[in-house]
Design a protein around this ligand. Structure first.
Ligand code: PXG
Length: 288
């Protein structure tokens, strides 16, 4: 028997993967006009679902997109999509597009937002990255100016991050550090950044122009609960270069060490003790 095709939720109905389609007039496609979330499931349960849905609703609000269902209905849709696909440890993508409109920008010409929920298995980073740490570079692509497209909005237009990712890939690294328009450290293309200095954890504040990562918030809480001081403070490349440790957080990556930035070793060039402790605490939280 072939496997049952993946079931995709679109506006309340389930479709086989190959039949899950939306209009070529959808402004999500034509203009990147929409919002999304990426969520992990552990043991069949969506991790930090409430936080992800809160962020989705804030993103939608910021672009004046009204999500046509309630948060409770969305939570049910996420749970059901995991269940019908029999996914335990996986990845959920929730997408809300402006819907089909005309070949013009006007969002008011789009009447019905599309709500899409995809649950699939997840391809994890190779184990080696967690054991030996990542090498990253700072790229020249500046993170979106908050007054242009606020990075706090998880919008369907990810070209800013994709351009930075391309720069990184061209240079042979899989993640890249972006600075903001002031030259301060912002974040990586799909991960938030942290450094350790004199035993304290430092990370850029929201005002640096970053996505307010859910994993970032979890790791800040885990660190504080473990008695480690965490400061949200503006950082420069210099701060990263002289750090004792560096790590990234994100839904896909969880907590991953960084051992080299712009060809410079961070600390001794190996994952540090605070990073390894937080990786362990994060795993305990999600796998218990
Ligand atoms: N910054 C940016 C720009 C992101 O896109 C994060 C930080 C980390 O946020 P969370 O809430 O996930 O801790 C993200 C999230 C992917 C993928 O497929 C990327 C993200 C999330 C899920 C999947 O690369 N980025």
């Amino acid at each position: 028997m072939p496997d049952k095709p993946l079931q995709i939720y679109i506006n309340g109905k389930y479709y086989d993967k190959d039949d899950a389609k939306i209009s070529v007039f959808d402004h999500g496609l034509l203009y990147g006009d929409g919002v999304f979330e990426g969520i992990r499931s552990y043991g069949g349960k969506a991790f930090k679902l409430e936080e992800h849905l809160d962020r989705l609703w804030y993103s939608a609000r910021a672009i004046m997109l009204e999500i046509p269902i309630s948060k409770a209905e969305m939570a049910q849709a996420v749970d059901k999509t995991l269940a019908v696909n029999g996914i335990q440890d996986g990845y959920i993508r929730v997408v809300v597009t402006r819907g089909a409109g005309t070949l013009g920008l006007d969002p008011n010409k789009c009447s019905h937002p599309r709500v899409i929920v995809i649950a699939d298995s997840i391809t994890l980073y190779p184990k080696e990255y967690y054991e030996n740490g990542l090498t990253i570079i700072t790229v020249s692509t500046v993170r979106n100016h908050p007054a242009a497209l606020n990075p706090r909005i998880k919008s369907l237009n990810y070209l800013n991050n994709i351009l930075a990712k391309i720069e990184g890939l061209q240079a042979g690294v899989i993640e890249a550090l972006m600075l903001n328009h002031k030259g301060e450290v912002a974040e990586c293309t799909g991960d938030n950044i942290f450094i350790v200095r004199r035993g304290k954890i430092l990370t850029p504040p929201n005002e640096a122009g970053i996505l307010e990562g859910i994993t970032r918030a979890v790791v800040i809480d885990l660190a504080r609960a473990a008695g480690i001081e965490v400061l949200e403070t503006p950082l420069t490349k210099h701060d990263v270069y002289i750090a004792e440790e560096c790590f990234l957080t994100g839904t896909a990556a969880e907590v991953v060490p960084v051992v080299k930035v712009d060809s410079r070793p961070i600390g001794p060039g190996k994952p540090g003790p605070i990073t390894r402790d937080l990786m362990h605490r994060f795993r305990q939280l999600t796998r218990s």
